[in-house]
Design a protein around this ligand. Structure first.
Ligand code: FAS
Ligand code: PHB
Length: 390
């Protein structure tokens, strides 16, 4: 088999890259370790920046997103039983975010890919990258007991944090930056109306809580939990009671409870690999970086990486220029680090850290008070939340 671009991973980064390349006439094949429904079963992000919405529309998958996505003009920060609204639209000259689950984004991209007959090889075992620093890059894998190989011009590593792409790079050629947080998020999905029409990020002495949603009748909630917590030991009632304890009285009184249809724990980490290019191999999305979900940046960063990488590859084939390819890593990392900073700052302000002292606790309070008292401070937060320019 041969293609122009071999894409590793059928998550949002790989699928979006494949769609944008296809629309520009660049041939690509996606290799995915899991089966289609397994990829769709992972409940992840929920908030899309306008840049991501625009890119999905350009990729031809904006119809359901525009019909079913919820436009959000603001969100709230909770602290010490108070709630501070961040007026995204007013503070950013009209920019908003769209609430539309990553599962639906992935489903739309998978359906669009299948509709044009593009090749996605699911359940590809032992995917291995070869000669990506040489002149004959290729990818091998096993499926149904047979070994297969794909020759290509370029490899896009879109295989997430635990993928094979980043770890195929010689240790001396890559530098990693990481902070692992001493807690996780216990998330619940339930078919109940959300407690508020906008998201609430609540900092509380007992720990952080987030009230989000997927639609007017499906809610997504998170509470900060110990890293070693086991979702199975959290009954639904325990979750609802703890969530309410961390919200202001008005929000707590509007929480509608119901049976959880999904309950899982996500670890929190800040991570960046540098650089993002090794010869013919490029990293994009979670394969290149991880942010704590407190800033709603993970999926949106994958989108901006894919924007830069697709433009660079299209330029290579269309204009016979490698300027974009040569500049991809620096350009993507510039936006990545700014989103890492924002996600780290939101996480630091809103979570309880076991060993934090009274001064550090007062610093968290002062952050909130500064936001409460300063339009400039709220504007800075708002312009990061709606997404810095691509
Ligand atoms: P993904 O991890 O989504 O996709 C990578 C794909 O590569 C997967 O399908 C995987 O099966 C495949 N793969 C892995 N190894 C492979 C191999 N060797 N060969 C072939 N395929 C391979 N972001 C937010 O903004 N908000 C959130 O609330 C949020 N919650 C999250 C919760 C969890 C548990 C996780 C892990 C992430 C969360 N994120 C969240 C971040 C998440 O949304 C990512 O940013 C987003 O999935 C990035 O997309 P991809 O880069 O495509 O990576
Ligand atoms: C979600 O709805 O899953 C969600 C929303 C905003 C975040 C994180 C997760 O910051």
């Amino acid at each position: 088999m041969r293609t122009q671009v071999a894409i590793i991973g059928a998550g949002p980064a790989g699928l979006l890259l494949g769609q944008l390349l296809h629309k520009a006439g660049v041939d690509n094949v996606i290799l995915e370790r899991k089966y289609r429904d397994y990829v769709l079963s992972r409940i992840r992000a929920g908030v899309l920046e306008q840049g991501t919405v625009d890119l999905l529309t350009k990729a031809g998958v904006g119809a359901r997103l525009c019909a079913e996505g919820l436009s959000h003009e603001g969100f709230a920060l909770g602290f010490a039983n108070r709630r501070l609204r961040i007026d995204l639209k007013g503070l950013t000259g009209g920019k908003i975010v769209t609430v539309y689950g990553q599962t639906e984004v992935t489903r739309d991209l998978m359906d669009a890919r299948a509709a044009v007959g593009l090749t996605t090889i699911y359940e590809a075992d032992d995917v291995t990258l070869h000669d990506f620093d040489g002149v004959n890059p290729r990818v091998s894998w096993r499926k149904d007991g047979a070994s297969r190989e794909l020759a290509c011009d370029f490899i896009a590593g879109c295989d997430g944090f635990h993928g094979v792409s980043r770890t195929s790079i010689p240790a001396g050629a890559i530098e990693m930056f990481e902070r692992v947080y001493p807690f996780g998020w216990l998330g619940v999905l339930a078919d109940v109306p959300p407690c508020s029409h906008e998201l609430i990020y609540a900092g509380h002495d007992r720990g952080f809580a987030l009230c989000s949603m997927r639609s007017a009748i499906r809610s997504r909630y998170y509470i900060q939990c110990p890293l070693d917590a086991n979702p199975a030991t959290w009954s639904d009632q325990m979750f609802w009671d703890e969530l309410r304890r961390r919200l202001d009285p008005e929000a707590a009184s509007h929480v509608v409870t119901g049976p959880s249809i999904e309950k899982s724990i996500a670890p929190l980490r800040s991570f960046v690999a540098e650089p993002l290019r090794f010869g013919k191999l490029f990293l994009a999305g979670d394969a290149a970086h991880i942010v704590p979900p407190t800033g709603a940046k993970g999926l949106n960063l994958a989108a901006s990486d894919v924007h830069y990488l697709s433009e660079a590859l299209i330029e290579h084939y269309g204009e016979k220029s490698d300027a974009g390819i040569d500049g991809y890593s620096a350009k993507a990392l510039d936006r990545i680090w700014k989103s890492e900073r924002f996600s780290w700052a939101m996480t630091s302000m809103l979570h309880r850290f076991d060993r934090q002292n009274s001064f550090e606790r007062r610093m968290q309070e002062a952050e909130f008070l500064y936001l409460e008292g300063s339009i400039a401070a709220r504007t800075g937060l708002a312009e990061n939340y709606v997404g810095l320019p691509f």
